[in-house]
Design a binder for this molecule. Structure first.
Ligand code: ADP
Ligand code: MG
Length: 283
């Protein structure tokens, strides 16, 4: 009897090992794929918010994620960046060929994942310049590089400040302290430009922006777009996508991506609203 159960169990273990991305994943690895999210389930305080989400993003692509409020867009962003309190209960997030489900958020950041917050926080007592130097050098140290020489740092600061139209007055102040809503959002793009992430997630960076600030944000993103990086642009409105033209548009509803398409899908949503999709799903 014992023998009979022994082999199936052994084979089960071997099978689990094989399918547990250790061996299978490298064989399937697509060098162009930066992010591969498979059957992701995420819970906050035991409540399931993301309910089986699939998304793959190749280098060089811009994906827009749209959808009604409360459908889990920000939760998805938090799960990708590893924010505390967001528990992955099933599925996996593969970044650059590596399963990152349990990777600490700072390691993810150092490996090139950047999130621009929907509500940027203020950091009193820390100047933008010092904050940026510290962040950049932490990333460089992680990647085995020496700290950035002072002259190079200042040159890069100047270049990126111009890119996002940030006044030097602001970079001398504490991070985000007393910044207007638009300045905070521009500052997020500035930080992104300085850190040169591989995967940048913008969570409703457009909300509360006037058209000029929106254009500045889009200019920053478009300048940074390359064959080596990718963007996930979360937005409630189509408006931003006039300026940051996505390769793919996904609609999230109740914790899942329920529809994907090209940039035309965003225009269709603008015209018909989200009800059109939810009615299709329910009907
Ligand atoms: P979206 O960004 O699409 O508007 P969110 O991801 O912010 O949606 O929220 C999805 C759902 O998760 C909502 O029902 C929201 O109430 C819930 N939620 C978000 N954050 C928390 C939290 N910290 N604790 C409990 N529930 C949360
Ligand atoms: Mg949100």
């Amino acid at each position: 009897m014992k023998r009979k159960n022994y082999w199936p169990l052994r084979w089960r273990a071997v099978w689990d090992n094989l399918t547990n991305y250790r061996i299978i994943e490298p064989l399937q690895k697509n060098d162009n794929m930066l992010l591969n999210i498979k059957n992701l389930h995420v819970a906050i305080d035991g409540k399931e918010i993301i309910k089986g989400l699939n998304l793959s993003v190749n280098k060089g692509e811009v994906h827009a994620v749209m959808g009604p409020n409360g459908t889990g867009k920000s939760t998805l962003a938090s799960a990708i960046t590893g924010r505390e309190g967001y528990e992955i209960t099933r599925g996996e997030i593969i970044y650059n060929g590596e399963v990152i489900n349990d990777m600490p958020p700072d390691v993810r950041a150092n490996k090139g994942i950047f999130l621009s917050f929907q509500y940027p926080v203020e950091i009193p007592g820390v100047s933008m310049t010092n904050f940026m130097r510290t962040a950049l050098n932490a990333q460089r140290e992680f990647n085995g590089l020496d700290p950035i020489p002072a002259a190079d740092f200042l040159k890069k600061m100047e270049e990126m400040k111009q890119l996002v139209d940030i006044h030097s007055k602001l970079t001398k102040r504490s991070v985000n302290e007393g910044f207007s809503g638009g300045e905070k959002k521009k500052n997020e793009i500035f930080q992104m430009a300085m850190l040169e992430p591989k995967l940048a997630i913008l969570d409703e960076t457009d909300s509360g922006l006037d058209i000029d600030a929106l254009k500045v944000v889009a200019r920053g993103v478009n300048k940074l777009r390359s064959d080596e990086n990718a963007f996930i642009v979360i937005t409630h409105y189509q408006r931003l996508l006039d300026y940051i033209v996505p390769d793919f548009v996904h609609v999230m509803y109740d914790g899942k991506i329920v529809k994907s398409g090209g940039k035309g899908l965003a225009l269709e949503l603008e015209e018909k609203g989200y009800d059109w999709i939810t009615e299709q799903l329910e009907g």
